[in-house]
Design a binder for this molecule. Structure first.
Ligand code: SAM
Ligand code: SF4
Length: 357
């Protein structure tokens, strides 16, 4: 049985020992925002509000999972305190993720509170879509602007095989509900797997063009030891394959992350490629992640983290220590991630469902 508590290579620095002695102290930037040792401004927080999920995607989780005891998971109020501190420090975009964020009880309450934070310009979410048929209008009303929905295949049997338990028709109903609710943009996230769904790339693009939404193809990342033989299908190869069917015009749009976008003329669709392997995006990285148990990971592809939960619980009414720890965490943001093309052994032992995608 795989246990998410067993992450032996995670280095948890105590909040009072955040800056290793060899590093220069990283003061808060003069304008009050977060800047790391390499001059990168952090403006984007990805907040995982649960490690639990109703799917067991093969690239993300083991079949048998032991989830965290509730006491070790951030309460929704603690999620809000953390997000509030980041927004105070200049973060303008928050993505709520998981695990599956919509299986967290009262997730809508948290989203409503987040949407009200002064200074937060973009509140967005990543979901597997399984609960969207119920929650899409409430999410829209809460103030969520855009949603990413994970969908790796349009074939029901294959969907079940990849997610182990998921029902494609329910996700498609969720997508319908999200389109009807009128979000600013919807995007499909597709993890490309050689020999599994690489024959559907063109079908998936036809599908999103037909619906007037976007798609991002993701290269699989080596996160978590889940006994899954990873067969990376790279963005370059995907692009060549799509160009046999579509005209793709390069777009200059960027979110500061590993995605590069293309447009299809005469459609509203953008096609993105998220390429942690083949594209080095680290120089423009603007994001940090919070896990469901309150660890701050300045880099997805690196094991350095700061445990915020003890700090939150030791100072229940004073956010100053939390803010100070966040500022000091800029001192451990890695210059570049540790991924390599060697996919046999996971370099990062966390599960994606812990850190949030
Ligand atoms: N449960 C939600 C979902 O599936 O959209 C949100 C969390 S999930 C961890 C976020 C994203 O990470 C999904 O788009 C998923 O496909 C992606 N993901 C999970 N494991 C991955 C891996 N090993 N490599 C690349 N992407 C991965
Ligand atoms: Fe759940 Fe998302 Fe991971 Fe799939 S990718 S198992 S839906 S957290």
């Amino acid at each position: 049985m795989h246990n998410q508590l067993l992450t032996p290579e995670v280095i948890l620095l105590s909040p009072t020992a955040l800056a290793p002695p060899t590093l220069p102290a990283t003061p808060r930037h003069a304008d009050g925002t977060l800047v790391d040792r390499y001059g990168r401004h952090v403006t984007y927080l990805r907040l995982s509000i649960t490690d639990r999920c109703d799917f067991r995607c093969r690239y993300c989780m083991a079949e048998e999972m032991t989830f965290l005891p509730r006491a070790q998971v951030l309460t929704l109020e603690e999620c809000l305190r953390i997000a509030n501190a980041f927004v105070d420090l200049g973060v303008t975009k928050v993505r709520v993720t998981g695990g599956e964020p919509l299986v967290r009880h009262n997730a809508i309450w948290l989203l409503e509170q987040l949407a009200r934070l002064p200074g937060l310009l973009e509140l967005v979410m990543t979901t597997n879509g399984s609960q969207l048929d119920r929650f899409a209008p409430a999410l829209r009303d809460a103030g969520v602007k855009r949603i990413n929905i994970s969908l790796d295949t349009l074939r029901a049997d294959r969907f079940r095989e990849i997610t182990r338990v998921g029902d494609l028709s329910k996700v498609l109903r969720g997508l319908d509900a999200a389109q009807a609710a009128g979000f600013q943009r919807l995007k499909i996230n597709t993890v490309m797997m050689r020999g599994s769904n690489d024959d559907e790339l063109i079908d998936l693009v036809e599908f999103v063009v037909g619906r007037g939404i976007d798609i991002a193809f993701i290269e699989e990342m080596p996160l978590g030891d889940i006994g899954h033989a990873r067969q990376v299908f790279g963005s370059e190869e995907a692009l060549v394959r799509l160009q046999t069917r579509f005209v793709l015009l390069p777009s200059t749009e960027t979110t500061g992350g590993p995605a590069r976008y293309w447009r299809i003329p005469d459609t509203s669709t953008r096609v993105g490629f998220i390429s942690p392997h083949s594209h080095n995006f680290c120089a423009s990285c603007n994001r940090v992640r919070i896990t469901a148990r309150g660890e701050l990971y300045p880099c997805l592809g690196n094991n350095h983290a700061v445990a915020l939960l003890p700090l939150l619980r030791a100072h229940r009414t004073d956010d100053a220590p939390l803010r100070a720890a966040i500022v000091r965490s800029m001192g451990i943001k890695a210059q570049a991630h540790d991924f390599s093309n060697q996919m046999d052994a996971p370099q990062v032992v966390r599960f994606m469902s812990m850190t949030g995608g």
